[in-house]
Design a protein around this ligand. Sequence first.
Ligand SMILES: [Fe+2]
Ligand SMILES: [Fe+2]
Length: 255
Amino acid sequence: MSIELFRQGNHACYVFSDLVRGDEGVQANQFLIVDGGDSALIDPGGALLYTPLSIALSAHVQPRDLTWILASHQDPDVIGSVDSWLLYSGARIVCSRLWGRFIPHGVPHYQKDAGRERYLLLEDEGGRIPLGGGHVEAVPAHFLHSVGNFQFHDAASRILFSGDLGASMMPAGTPYAPVEDFDAHLPRMAAFHRRYMASNRACRWWARRARQLDLAMIVPQHGLPIAGAAHIARFIDWIEQLECGVDLLPGAAGT
Ligand SMILES: [Fe+2]
Ligand SMILES: [Fe+2]
């Protein structure tokens, strides 16, 4: 049900990659970081996923004991089940302050214990989210895919949980393993990034920031992880030069 991405002492990272298949909705990965008694669930998804994910999660942490739910942005496949997580877990939701007034639209008004105290709203510059003996860094990726867009960098594992950036559309049943042939992988990413990323200016802004991070692996919400210095460098270079979003509007500069 889950694959261990990293373990050192009492710090571990897991991916759930097979709970939603392409025929129901786009394939999506959910991630869990556990550090001692603390835990963070990243981009848990919508109603489609709540029950299977809560069952799979309980092999590592009981849902009621979750510390944080980290939302990279506002989309349904990221945080559509916020009402269930607020009801059945004790977690606080971490998201951009820009989405702090919109995500609660998924929560019935009569639901108790679901108010502002259940949210940690990130300012644009991001910041550190304490977890066990360390922290997870909220890394700004604004406008790339969402106006209030964050990625999450786990200092202990050096994994960047990149949300939709790096997403790849893989055939159903593809094993979850790092990309081996980057050139062959590019067409699996290209169409998605051209439409779902905002502009090359946002890509370049992100690339500059990403090169400052200590990265062992980039794990997107859809598709396969990108691991190792050579492939990570190629991915950042590719994003940096990508024309996408409004760049491709007819009549826009460069078209
Ligand atoms: Fe998205
Ligand atoms: Fe997504």
